[in-house]
Design a binder for this molecule. Structure first.
Ligand SMILES: *[C@@H]1O[C@H](CO)[C@@H](O)[C@H](O)[C@H]1NC(C)=O
Ligand SMILES: *[C@@H]1O[C@H](CO)[C@@H](O)[C@H](O)[C@H]1NC(C)=O
Ligand SMILES: *[C@@H]1O[C@H](CO)[C@@H](O)[C@H](O)[C@H]1NC(C)=O
Ligand SMILES: *[C@@H]1O[C@H](CO)[C@@H](O)[C@H](O)[C@H]1NC(C)=O
Ligand SMILES: *[C@@H]1O[C@H](CO)[C@@H](O)[C@H](O)[C@H]1NC(C)=O
Ligand SMILES: *[C@@H]1O[C@H](CO)[C@@H](O)[C@H](O)[C@H]1NC(C)=O
Length: 760
């Protein structure tokens, strides 16, 4: 059979009667054309036509059977055929819905009714033998009516009825309103609901109920009774299948040692609406089959009544305890609820604890929090407005923290208080927590993790690490603001998918299709991870692009990104070239400084710069000259300055240390001489080493001698200013030069002047 449910919800479409008829007719018409066009032989030959025909037949069958039409026996009710029963070749059975029709009486009904809803009408009475024809009804809903009393034979004939709902009727629990034999004919009944009967009597309709031998679940109010009377009396002993009890309206309900003594088969007890209970010692010793209990409200809301309740429950084999909206007073308790629960449940059989919709103030202490009881496997703490949570998880496998305010907390902290030994956590739900960033190591220490739900948060990126969760199967990231995965997380997920069948939900995020995310889209196509995502993405200019195939979007992006890539390459080259130019310029500008620094650093005589010049130098002057002026130096300088005036000169031919590099020798010589005298001729400017010496001396004066001038120029011949380098000209302007006169008289003055300059 072909199922058509996912295509269109036909029930919705066919609600309108006219559309329905038109559709049926067109269906049949189409079918007729199909048959006309193809002779039977062609029909058999053409498989495609046959397939069409089957589909059409299915549609038609569905249209005829599964839509609710006004019932032919009563315009006000809607009837739906039950296809399964029709197929079985039996009588067609009907689901009849007469809810919300302002009915005053129960309408006349045919025998083939299977379920009947009379919900939300104004029915006041159910007459004797009203339903006696309806042998096959299995479900009857008469809730939200005005029934004040039932008659002795009201339900006569309903021998197949499984579910009877009488909730929300003004039906008092009295012998007159509920005669003791009224349920006698309901021999199959499993579920009975008589909650929220606004006029509660003083006793339960126990004799009437005691007839329901197969009853499995009962929804009932607790009448206001004297403390001497047992609520569930001996009559309940006969309900040996009663497993589920849902308490409706009740005022303060004190649960004592005999309250449940006749309901020993109970497995589930729900005080699921506001019903103030008070659990007294000995109250639960008889509930030796108890499996689940849901509590809502303690009449004395203090830690002692919780401790009492827990102590009582510890006497039963209860596995699931639900506290829903229980602790919401927000009173600062001296003992915290959690600690009371945790210590109370230590050594109990409770595996599943739900604390939902409570006030966080009194729930969890900020420090000295007790570890989870060792029996606990599931802890549900949804909707508690928790803004911090740190617990020693002991044996917990499933932790639900949905709908809290943990976003800020989880940015920096983990959930597990001590990651000692191996955590057993398999399932964690921290959806709806306003999380915008998670501590990277948040899932560390939980090697068993299989399911992580982080949906409905504000995550923009995957920055957390799940690489240690080798069995991870589901990672739910839907409804966040993720634009793409980064390379690291893609590698991480790929690695995980080698061992386990990993599924990632990424629905309703803000996935981007830009050049930057191209790699992500390629990954999606190639990876073994099952990724569920919407077929839409946000492009570079912010528009939303819808697409059918991921390959198409990759192709489109590739085309766009070629231009982008070339742009990036060209821009990088231009940038690099500019940087190199700047660097070259800078190096050129400071070339002498750099060289000076370099040689100074290399020299063993490197010293910090002297701020005053009273230090001892090895030489009084270093003579810088080129080969061409050798004779002047040897014949005149050495004679006049060294021999006659007793200065100590440094002359490279004589004083440089052989074997040392020439540049190092020069730097050392300049550094160890008080002054540097340059013998200037045209050849000086052309000599590499002369200019080197001059520039080094310049640097020495700037960087080691506090800018004191240490250079003294001697012009041996006439040099025109335009033939001089700029830096030299500067010195000439500062007057630190002298010209060699080359005549007897002038020479005496000349050497005296130099003498004076060297003594400065
Ligand atoms: C309806 O009830 C009759 C009589 O009890 C029974 O024979 C018949 O099988 C029932 N039909 C269905 C569909 O249960
Ligand atoms: C219930 O408690 C009362 C005293 O509070 C005691 O007399 C009675 O025997 C107890 N009943 C059962 C069944 O334990
Ligand atoms: C739980 O019970 C065990 C043994 O009975 C005990 O060692 C442990 O301290 C208890 N834990 C708490 C939190 O009370
Ligand atoms: C994840 O959590 C959200 C919100 O609590 C829920 O609606 C959704 O069903 C969960 N997703 C899965 C795959 O379990
Ligand atoms: C992997 O998981 C996906 C989705 O949960 C499922 O459709 C698929 O069949 C699984 N594959 C294997 C090999 O288990
Ligand atoms: C998708 O997320 C936006 C906010 O990001 C939300 O308004 C919208 O309801 C979500 N849609 C679905 C289908 O969850």
């Amino acid at each position: 059979m072909i199922t058509l449910y996912p295509i269109i919800d036909l029930r919705q479409v066919y609600k309108n009667q006219h559309i329905t008829i038109v559709l049926i007719i067109s269906c049949l018409y189409f079918l007729k054309i199909e048959l006309h066009k193809n002779s039977i032989r062609n029909l058999m030959a053409s498989k495609i036509t046959l397939k069409h025909l089957v589909i059409v037949l299915c549609i038609c069958q569905y249209v005829v059977l599964a839509i609710s039409l006004p019932c032919d026996f009563n315009e006000k009710c809607r009837c739906t055929n039950i296809p399964q029963h029709a197929e079985m070749g039996r009588e067609v059975m009907l689901n009849v819905d007469c809810s919300n029709r302002k009915l005053q009486d129960v309408p006349d009904l045919p025998a083939n009714v299977y379920t009947l809803s009379l919900k939300k009408n104004n029915i006041k009475v159910i007459n004797d033998y009203q339903f006696s024809l309806l042998r096959n009804v299995s479900e009857l809903d008469i809730s939200y009516n005005k029934i004040k009393r039932l008659n002795r034979f009201s339900f006569n004939g309903l021998s197949n009825l499984l579910i009877l709902n009488l909730n929300n009727n003004p039906l008092p629990y009295t012998e007159r309103a509920i005669p003791s034999e009224v349920f006698k004919s309901l021999i199959s009944l499993k579920h009975l609901c008589i909650r929220f009967t606004s006029a509660i009597g003083t006793l339960l309709p126990e004799v009437a109920l005691s007839n329901l031998k197969l009853l499995e679940s009962l929804e009932i109010d607790i009448p206001l009774i004297t403390p001497y009377k047992v609520v569930f009396s001996k009559s309940f002993d006969s309900l040996v299948h009663l497993e589920t009890l849902k308490i409706g309206t009740c005022l303060v309900f004190g649960i004592k040692n005999d309250t449940f003594s006749h309901l020993v088969y109970l497995k589930n007890i729900y005080f699921d609406i506001i019903c103030e209970i008070l659990i007294l010692p000995g109250a639960h010793h008889c509930l030796q089959k108890l499996h689940k209990i849901e509590m809502h409200f303690f009449s004395q809301y203090d830690v002692f009544s919780i401790v009492h309740a827990i102590k009582e429950l510890k006497l039963t084999p209860v596995q699931t305890i639900v506290f829903k909206n229980t602790f919401f007073h927000g009173r600062e308790e001296p003992y915290y609820t959690w600690n009371a629960l945790a210590s109370g449940l230590n050594g109990s059989s409770v595996q599943n604890l739900q604390l939902t919709g409570n006030n966080p103030v009194s729930l969890f202490p900020l420090s000295k929090i007790f570890p989870a009881p060792p029996s606990l496997l599931t802890l549900n703490l949804s909707s508690n407005k928790l803004d911090q949570f740190e617990l020693e998880l002991t044996n917990i496998q499933k932790l639900i923290l949905r709908d809290n305010h943990l976003g800020n907390f989880l940015r920096l902290k983990s959930l597990n208080k001590h990651i000692k030994g191996n955590s057993k956590l398999k399932y964690i739900d921290i959806s709806m927590n306003r999380i915008y960033k998670l501590k990277s190591s948040i899932f560390h220490g939980h090697p068993e993790l299989r399911y992580i739900n982080l949906s409905h948060n504000y995550l923009q990126e995957v920055l957390f690490d799940v690489s240690q969760a080798n069995y991870l199967k589901y990672l739910v990231l839907s409804n966040n603001f993720i634009s793409a995965f980064n390379q690291k997380s893609m590698r991480m997920f790929d690695h995980l998918s080698l061992n386990s069948n990993l599924t990632i939900y990424l629905l309703n995020n803000s996935l981007e299709c830009t050049c930057k995310t191209l790699i992500f889209w390629k990954w999606i196509v190639l990876t073994r991870v099952n990724v569920f995502f919407d077929r839409r993405c946000v492009s570079e200019d912010g528009t939303v692009v819808r697409f059918l195939s991921t390959n198409k979007i990759i192709q489109k992006l590739k085309k766009e990104c070629i231009a982008y890539t070339s742009f990036i390459i060209i821009a990088s080259i231009v940038l690099l070239a500019t940087l190199i130019c700047i660097a070259v310029a800078v190096v050129y500008k400071y070339r002498w400084k750099l060289r000076y620094m370099f040689y100074l650093a290399k020299s063993k005589h490197h010293r910090h710069k002297a701020s005053t010049d009273d230090k001892q130098y090895v030489y009084d002057a270093f003579i810088s000259y080129c080969e061409h002026d050798k004779s002047f130096v040897i014949n005149d300088c050495i004679k006049n300055l060294e021999m006659e005036r007793n200065f100590k000169l440094c002359v490279h031919q004589r004083d440089f240390i052989p074997g040392e590099e020439i540049t190092t020798n020069i730097t050392n010589a300049i550094h160890e001489s008080r002054k540097t005298i340059c013998i200037l001729t045209k050849q000086f400017f052309d000599s590499y080493y002369c200019m080197f010496e001059f520039n080094m001396a310049r640097m020495e004066s700037i960087y080691s001698r506090d800018k004191r001038n240490i250079i003294f120029l001697i012009f041996v011949e006439q040099i025109l200013p335009q033939n001089m380098p700029l830096v030299l000209l500067e010195l000439v302007q500062k007057d630190s030069y002298i010209e060699y006169p080359n005549d007897e008289q002038g020479n005496v003055v000349f050497w005296d002047k130099i003498d004076e300059a060297l003594r400065q």
